[in-house]
Design a protein around this ligand. Sequence first.
Ligand code: ADP
Length: 239
Amino acid sequence: MSHEIRTPINAILGFTQLMQQEPGLTQDQQQSLLAIRRSGEHLLAVINEILEMSKLEATKIELYQDEFALPEFLQEVCFLFVAQMKEKGLRFSWSGSGEIPSRIRTDKQKLSQIMINLLGNALKFTAGGAVEVAYAVKKLPGDSGTMQLVWEVRDEGPGIDAGDMEVIFSPFTQVDAGRKSGGTGLGLAISREYARLMGGDITVISQVGTGSTFRLEIPVQSAVGDVGEDRPGNGNKES
Ligand code: ADP
């Protein structure tokens, strides 16, 4: 099913890109091709989210256990947003505290998708001020191998009404600012499903007019032989 939908869209996108490289295009033609390409890319993103949601609903999503370097991974995710935050005039910083293990085991792709979604929303909905990421890894009592990764994205955006704080995690739901944003309302639903599938959760604290804090908490396995290092302020960066 996903193949049948993605293949024709990729063909439209591919041929549009080829046509954009044709010499002698008028300005009108260039603008039309750009509009086709942007709409096609948006459509592909929406379809990918809808397909992901239907797979989650059909419980056909599998978890993978990747082993990777945690401090580098957290940096890379934040680095993805530096340029866009700067372009929008937002102060963007991130910092870690406590004992950050050097290597962990969890589903890397799903973890990065959740983090990118939370950061993408902070970027999209915040018009001015700061976006901050704070992360920590906590040891769980009685289990030496499992740790709790806590990742918070705090923004100074429009905030979310108390009555909407659960609603936004439902598929296709957008409130206030979200309705004008052109998104699908699926990002948070997918992110929460992923987090729960991984044994964790996403919660939000917010005040209208002040901003929002989205908190991801997820158990991760410290990779065997890892002793961890105390790195307060690990990866601290400001742009
Ligand atoms: P989308 O971003 O595609 O609209 P999401 O599921 O990611 O979908 O978010 C659902 C809704 O939650 C958004 O449309 C918006 O109304 C609200 N929302 C999410 N993140 C924030 C945020 N950081 N600040 C204010 N509102 C938010």
